[in-house]
Design a binder for this molecule. Structure first.
Ligand SMILES: *Cc1c(COP(=O)(O)O)cnc(C)c1O
Length: 413
């Protein structure tokens, strides 16, 4: 049974200081999970996780991971800047349709640039100092299928280069002084299977062997990117990171070690590192009985967009009613003038009273980060439940002043 890391008793304590709605992150959960990842891949000497900042862009979260020897994968100028301000040193820069300013900044910070396209070489070569270590993003094209549940269409994805372009890019970049190369590929998101990473590792290892036959190149790392998923639904089985790592090791031993090569394995996990360790806590403020039963809450897609955007499932727990039967059916809805603003549809839950607090689970990644200000809705605060049980405000809620900051009313006075 899925449950929140937040007990009802703890909620009551927190509410003395902080009102709902808020995102709350579980430091202990984040640390234990990250340690398990590092331990699972400890067979690879150079293993390194660059946390995908876009999943949970908060410096306090980045610092927790930094303390464990985890860096950052940035996708934009703002994320680079956040890392610089937080003192995060080890950075991968995986962007696309990148502006020159962003490349300049990434180069200045000493980030490994993960190049999305071959045409970007000419775009940057006279403008920035080309780093000696570069990553190239590979798009295998075609259709990707793994088991019965995982399907994706790399041929329709805007990311990465073809095999021929990778080879050409390596030749060009070597001439520009690049000494160490790596290959990155990302073909499926939120994979709840132990087979995805071994699959993509094997694909990249094979590509590396093939490229090495055609061009003299010093590969020192591979970047397996993100994509390891979490079980959002109660019936889904959690990934086993040890099994995933064993699968990658098998491919590594066969294709890399047996060929006398050595590579560091890099990852850029976002969701896997944070999603389960964040909850969005909201309060029931209305109930409505029309053609369906609705519970209106004091939050909306601004705080968690995945259900509205992807129809994503997020499990919901009514705090304090964990042991009551789920014998009522509700749509749990936010306040946007958009009918997709539903945290849950036809969800079986205990009877909800006005004032009940609901924990929306697995909101720790791509949650607060994705929100927008449509309808003039303001993003809620973020709290950190620390290992010692204390609670720290790690981002205040947006205010109307924030919302109006880009407007000038002076001529209406
Ligand atoms: C989004 C993204 C990630 C993280 O993906 P998750 O599914 O959160 O693990 C990693 N790398 C790149 C390039 C991404 O765009």
């Amino acid at each position: 049974m899925k449950k929140s890391f937040l007990t009802y008793e703890k909620l009551l304590e927190i509410e003395k200081e902080y009102e709902t709605p808020f995102h709350i992150y579980d430091e202990k959960g984040i640390i234990d999970n990250a340690k398990e990842l590092l331990e699972a891949f400890s067979w690879n000497k150079g293993f390194y996780e660059f946390f995908a900042v876009k999943a949970t862009p908060n410096p306090h979260i980045l610092k927790i991971l930094d303390g464990l020897g985890i860096g950052a994968d940035c996708s934009s100028y703002a994320e680079l800047k956040m890392c610089e301000k937080a003192g995060i040193k080890n950075i991968m820069f995986s962007s696309n349709e990148t502006e020159l300013e962003e490349y300049k900044y990434a180069s200045k910070l000493g980030a490994i640039i993960n190049l999305d396209d071959i045409t970007h070489i000419d775009y940057i070569k006279d403008e920035i100092k080309i780093p000696e270590k570069m990553c190239l993003r590979y798009n295998p094209g075609g259709v990707f299928k793994l088991g019965n549940d995982i399907m994706d269409n790399p041929k329709d994805a805007k990311y990465g280069m073809t095999k021929d372009q990778i080879i050409e890019a390596i030749i060009k970049l070597k001439e520009l002084g690049v000494k160490e190369f790596g290959i990155h590929s990302f073909i499926a998101s939120n994979t709840v299977t132990n087979e995805y990473y071994p699959y993509i590792a094997r694909m990249i290892f094979e590509l590396i062997l093939e490229v090495k036959e055609k061009v003299d190149v010093n590969f020192t790392f591979v970047n397996l990117s993100g994509g390891i998923g979490v079980p959002y639904k109660p019936e889904q089985e959690k990934n086993d990171i040890k099994k995933i790592s064993e699968g990658v090791k098998k491919a590594y031993d066969e294709l890399i070690k047996n060929n006398g090569l050595e590579l560091a394995i890099y990852t850029e996990l976002g969701r896997y590192m944070l999603a389960p360790y964040g909850n969005l806590i909201v309060k029931a403020i209305h109930e409505k009985h029309i053609y369906k039963e609705y519970i209106g809450v004091n939050s909306c897609a601004t705080d968690l967009m995945r259900p509205a955007m992807y129809g994503a499932y997020h499990h919901i727990v009514v705090l304090g009613k964990e042991n009551m039967p789920c014998d009522h059916t509700y749509d749990i809805v936010g306040s946007l003038c958009e009918n997709n603003d539903k945290f849950a549809i036809d969800r079986k839950l205990p009877k909800i009273e006005i004032g009940d607090r609901l924990a929306i689970l697995d909101a720790g990644a791509h949650g607060q980060a994705m929100g927008y200000n449509y309808n003039g809705k303001l993003k809620c605060k973020e709290l950190l439940l620390k290992q010692d049980g204390s609670v720290k405000l790690i981002r205040r809620a947006e205010t109307l002043d924030d919302y109006f900051a880009t407007l000038d009313f002076s001529e209406f006075k």
